[in-house]
Design a protein around this ligand. Sequence first.
Ligand SMILES: [Zn+2]
Length: 324
Amino acid sequence: MKAGQEIKKLRNYFKRGNTFIAYLVGKKNSGKGTYAKMFAEIVGPQYIEHFSIGDMIRRVDEELKDKKKKKELFVFLEKNYRGKFSIKEILSLLAKRNTSAPLLPTELILTLIEREIAEKKKKTLFIDGFPRDLDQMNFTLFFRNLIGYREDDDIFILFNVPEKVIDERMKYRRVCPRCHTSRNLKLLPTSKLGYDQKKKEFYLLCDNPNCQEVKMLPKEGDEKGIKSIRARLMKADQLINQAASLYGIPKVYLKNSVPKSLASKLVDNYELTPEYSYKWNGKEVKIIEKPWVFPDDEGKPSYSLLAAAVVLSLIKQTTKVLNL
Ligand SMILES: [Zn+2]
């Protein structure tokens, strides 16, 4: 309803065989992946790929466990990798590292991205996790040439998410031990809840029919909220500011909060994120829903926007920067 024209234009653009590259730049837990996937679902999932560098590295980890694939990777790197480490050093870097990728050299990341993209049919890419730091920003400017997207538009998509939102997303996150679905006790509960009478605590039960209402659990370390990721948040801020200052590459700015005082002018009530609290009446859990109000980074009382409302802005701005 709100973006019918723009969605039509984007679909036609993709149907005509056009593609573009978008770099998602934002803080951890800012919802980048969710927004990109939703955008794809709306305008045409067959034309768009959410390309996560973290996922790519995890696929490489799998290859390393398989003798034959490890050998193939070795041969590929020998032929294609140029940089300051030997292939042996690279393989040991990959093997030693645990799930996070920050220590892998940029030359290696670029070679691996090139390999994956060359194997696939050409699609519009939403790149998540590159650039990851200031040193990689300059590579980004030439990236489309590297992967054979020379004629394509490229776009920075910059996310502004108040720290309070990230903090509460972490603190109240609950994860299913079986299917690993992630929800939020305060902001995104499941349809079924339980109450622990001894601990006086409410908990979520997984909705997935395969999980038989298993209790969802907090992730270790999440209870500290953003305190534990302060350095990463600051680095992300620097990265966003640098991307915003670059000439020649269009930008889309997304903000997922709106000051309370402006909300009635800018958004509809159904676009606001509710918060949930619970009461135990001795028999069942009562759910109380109201709009979530929190201080944004400037201390202004604000609402948070639901993902669909942010994606609406993404659709409109993307149409604009592509001159459709
Ligand atoms: Zn589950």
